[in-house]
Design a protein. Structure first.
Length: 157
């Protein structure tokens, strides 16, 4: 018999940037958090001995995939306009929560690293916004209800 591993409801994933709840996601991946570098660096000598070093660079990116008609595109364009005029200093706060779970809250500050490319045609397009973040360390899956439950699952006491 198969074991039940948990339940994920994508409608409970939330991303907030500068107080705005992002809506109008495209199909497939809607929020993708990726680290810029490996977690560990490895050095292997000529005789096969190796050394590992923790990579302290935790910077990364968050990619938001939005439908062309999403009002959140206009909000993000507004942030870019604010940066251009000097009204915004380049970084804004964000928060991301997976599956509505308290264990999966990730928050900090971000900058718009890349604006989406835009195409006009006979079908609706997808805008991919890339936000730079200081800490892209992996988090929890959001399938547990609290930080306490998450630490129990992980075996920490």
């Amino acid at each position: 018999m198969a074991d039940f591993l948990g339940h994920i409801d994508p409608s409970k994933d939330t991303f907030i940037v500068s107080g705005h709840i992002v809506k109008g996601y495209a199909d497939d991946d809607k929020i993708n958090i990726e680290r810029d570098n490996d977690v560990m660096n490895k050095l292997v000598g000529t005789n096969g001995e190796f050394t590992l070093a923790t990579n302290l660079d935790t910077t990364g990116t968050i990619t938001l995939r939005l439908q062309e008609t999403s009002v959140s595109n206009e909000f993000l364009w507004g942030i870019m306009a604010g940066i251009k005029t000097g009204a915004i200093r380049g970084i804004v706060p964000y928060a991301c929560q997976r599956n509505g779970g308290a264990s999966s809250l990730k928050a900090g500050v971000c900058c718009i690293q890349s604006q989406p490319s835009m195409g006009y045609g006979s079908e609706p397009g997808v805008y991919e916004w890339v936000l730079g973040i200081a800490d892209a360390s992996s988090g929890l899956s959001g399938i547990v209800d609290s930080v306490e439950q998450a630490t129990d699952v992980a075996g920490f006491f």
